[in-house]
Design a protein. Structure first.
Lengths: 285, 100
């Protein structure tokens, strides 16, 4: 890797951290080959892509995590606070360094499919590892929100972590003692939850995650819930009963959410609430 | 119909296969599994090639199926699940330690 590529990476990282990112890493575009499906690789978004810059940060505050009202944290959207850092990096790469840079939109391209998996990008950039619960976990901070920028700028790439953050040592101990982990215990696939897995010799040898079931919990009052409630309303022949559906708490909260009027898009934190990774960072007096 | 859609018959025929091949059920996707064990969901293009369908048809069936998989009652269960899990965590792991 050239000196210019190393210097440019240092400048971008400094730029990102000054603007509020807690972590910043770089994945090479070619590292997606074989692990991301055709149509969802960096060069599917930006021809001649060489690198993907990933920034992470904007976690919920420690106080949010210990509120007994789950609705509180659901209304505290923080994922959108890291996205402006990604957009600023794209601007910086184009205006200061003279290369194409494309901010990866946080939304989806079709159904539940992202344009490019930002979680995979974070993993390949060495910022954390995929947890049994789903999110990428950073060793110190635990769950963070991430944003990614695809660029034609050649950069010195980071490497995926040699050792996974998940399962944490205390989870391995719990598995050996009880045959479960904190996240599986709170949301077990065997009891109509989202998660399952198996640990052998301190590492996962099997994992299972029901994404679409998780969607009903993470996006309870969002697009999916709105569509379901609308369908029920359209099918309701009684005028007064329709009013109960339309004016009721579920439909109202869903409208607040999908119009971005004060409700977060991330609406379930229960598997991460009990996760020991990042717990020290989330613990205050 | 004014925009692209699929027939209910076509949807019913392929929805389960398409969800199974996509990322809807993520089994053994984690990166630190043994390399031979790690799997990923297929893209719509890959699913289309496997099932002999057009990619646009696969995308449309997948989009509908993702939403259709669970009934509205699952959203109500989600609210109850979160209320209970959150309160239990705070009561058993937080409050008693904050009070000491």
């Amino acid at each position: 890797m050239t000196t210019e590529a190393v210097d440019a990476k240092a400048r971008i990282k400094e730029f990102a951290l000054k603007r509020g990112a807690l972590v910043c890493g770089v994945a090479s575009a070619e590292s997606f080959d074989g692990v991301a499906p055709d149509g969802h690789r960096p060069w599917d978004l930006l021809p001649a892509a060489r690198s993907v810059v990933v920034v992470g940060g904007a976690p919920p505050r420690a106080g949010d995590w210990i509120s007994p009202l789950h609705e509180h944290q659901e209304s505290m959207g923080t994922s959108q606070r890291i996205e402006p850092v990604g957009r600023q990096i794209a601007y910086y790469i184009e205006e200061e360094l003279g290369y194409y840079a494309l901010f990866v939109p946080g939304g989806v391209g079709g159904g539940n499919r992202p344009f490019l998996s930002v979680m995979l990008a974070a993993e390949l950039a060495g910022l954390g590892s995929r947890s049994l619960a789903g999110p990428i976990l950073h060793e110190k901070y635990g769950m963070l929100y991430y944003a990614a920028v695809v660029t034609t700028l050649p950069l010195d790439p980071d490497r995926p972590l040699a050792n996974p953050v998940c399962p944490a040592p205390s989870c391995v101990e719990m598995w050996e003692r009880e045959g479960t982990t904190p996240c599986i215990n709170v949301c077990p696939a065997k009891a109509w939850g989202c998660l399952d897995g198996r640990i052998e010799n301190g590492r996962f040898v099997r994992t299972e995650y029901k994404r679409d079931l998780c969607q009903t919990r993470v996006y309870t009052n969002w697009v999916g819930g709105f569509q379901k409630a609308l369908e029920a309303t359209l099918n309701e022949p009684d005028k007064e009963a329709r009013k109960m559906l339309l004016y009721g708490s579920f439909f109202t909260r869903s409208l607040w959410s999908i119009t971005y009027s004060g409700q977060s898009q991330a609406q379930c934190f229960e598997c991460i609430r009990v996760c020991p990774v990042g717990a020290e960072y989330r613990t205050k007096k | 119909m004014g925009f692209f859609t699929i027939s209910p018959e076509l949807y019913r025929r392929y929805k389960d296969q398409i969800l199974e091949l996509s990322n809807s059920f993520q089994r053994d996707i984690n990166e630190h599994l043994p390399p031979a064990e790690r799997k990923r969901g297929l893209s719509d293009r890959e699913i289309a090639e496997r099932l002999g369908l057009e990619e646009r048809v696969v995308t449309e069936i997948r989009c509908v199926a993702e939403r259709d998989l669970y009934g509205l009652e699952e959203w109500e269960k989600a609210i109850e699940f979160k209320k209970q899990a959150c309160r239990e965590y705070v009561e058993t792991k937080i409050i008693r330690f904050l009070k000491t």
